[in-house]
Design a protein around this ligand. Sequence first.
Ligand code: C5P
Length: 227
Amino acid sequence: MGDRVPVITIDGPSGSGKGTVAAEVARRLGWRVLDSGALYRLVAYAARGAGVALDDAEALARIASGLQVEFRNGRVLLNGKDVTRQIRTESAGNDASRAAAIPEVRQALLQWQRSQARPPGLVADGRDMGTVVFPDAPVKIFLDASAQERARRRYNQLKEQGIDVSLRDLVAEIEARDRRDRNRSVAPLKPAPDALVIDSTDLSVEEVVAKVLEQARRAFPQLAQGE
Ligand code: C5P
């Protein structure tokens, strides 16, 4: 696991803002970012394309081990094809959460995720970054927000993209996905014992980013020196 490469983990439920915060923290520090949720979305998307059922553990694990993925300028490429839009839909998120409940799939993605810890540093976002993938990370954040607020953020995002959805449906979908992520037996969504829990319900992105950077400066003195 990339000896001494500094790692910040940001876990939390869907819509808590972890992706946005992780990207901004990584940008400020000049570090790499790992969007682990995209991997589960890609596995489920590839499975659908290949006609594989989302509960076929063996076939899904095979897909996960052979995943040819590239993150480039905010785009996600699967076998060289840009699938960013396709994997960002609500149904792709639900499919991902089903595939993610399968231990063999998680195991197949583990090494690749760890291999992303390369200099100068990594900001990893997901559900089990601090608990399973990078248990030794010196900075662990668990970002939460009320289901209502998370649904509202998602609603605004979709509206901006011209996609019409009902807020009530979104709250129900977000709650259902959270339940599955929190209650699964393997790598359930929960804060690592040493994580700082931040409730972002009433915080701006900038305020959350500032809190994460403050933790980072404390844990990695080399960062503070550079300022
Ligand atoms: O973060 P995102 O919404 O893209 O994740 C999609 C789904 O992938 C989540 O609902 C969760 O089930 C799964 N996931 C996971 N572990 C991660 C990241 C995502 O199980 N580290």
